[in-house]
Structure formats: structure tokens, C-alpha cells
Design a protein around this ligand. Structure first.
Ligand code: FES
Length: 119
């Protein structure tokens, strides 16, 4: 049974498991790794957003950031990114972060790591 799906058109064969939907908390982003690359997974309402965990400005991890209004504030210099687009919304961040469209199936959050969203 499908709980929720942000994009049904992704190829199933390319999907890789990130985490369980039940592991996600609106107030606490989750860090998940696939093949040594770290992703940050965010729950906003019933929507799930996936970004690269590493901030584009420096060494901050966005999975440790503060989430408000569908934006994450990096804990290192307090720059912000829009979770929907990856675009920076507050300085000092100027370079977008990569995002992926998750598929949520049977309570599991998947992405295709090889198919990030176009910025
Ligand atoms: S490292 Fe994220 S804002 Fe500087």
C-alpha cells in the first residue's frame, strides 16, 4: 500500500531506501547515508523533502539545522535554503544545495540517488 508519493513516475528499479517514514519528525531532520553520501531528510506536514546534508557554504550539516516555513537554517552560519528547490534564501549561502524527489511506499522513504532534481 502506498502511503504518500511525491513523484510516482520515478523508475522503481533505481530507488534506494533512505529511512522509514515513521522515523521522521517535523522538528528534527534525519541524516541518512547511501554509499557514503549523506542526505538530510525533512518532514513538513505530510510532505518529505530530501537534500544533500552538507551545506553548500561550509561544513554545516543541514540535518542538524532548524526548519521553519519549508526552509532549513544551517547551524554553522545560519544561512538558509528552501527545501522545495534547494535555492539559498538567506546569506551567507549563495550556492543551491542538491535536492531529490522522494517516493514514499509502504512506510519507507526512497530516492534515486542518480537522479537529483534540476536546479
Ligand atoms: S556552513 Fe552553512 S551557512 Fe556557512
Amino acid at each position: 500500500m502506498t502511503m504518500a508519493t511525491n513523484n510516482q513516475s520515478m523508475r522503481d528499479t533505481a530507488l534506494t531506501q533512505l529511512c522509514g517514514f515513521d522515523q521522521l519528525d517535523e522538528d528534527e531532520p534525519l541524516r541518512a547515508e547511501i554509499d557514503g553520501f549523506a542526505y538530510a531528510v525533512f518532514k513538513v506536514g505530510e510532505m518529505v523533502f530530501v537534500t544533500a546534508d552538507l551545506c553548500s557554504h561550509g561544513p554545516g550539516f543541514l540535518s542538524e539545522g532548524y526548519v521553519e516555513d519549508c526552509q532549513v537554517e544551517c547551524p554553522f552560519h545560519q544561512g538558509k535554503f528552501d527545501l522545495r528547490t534547494g535555492l539559498p534564501t538567506a546569506p551567507p549561502c549563495e550556492v543551491p544545495i542538491q535536492t531529490w524527489t522522494p517516493v514514499i511506499r509502504d512506510g519507507i522513504v526512497f530516492i534515486d540517488p542518480a537522479s537529483p532534481n534540476q536546479i
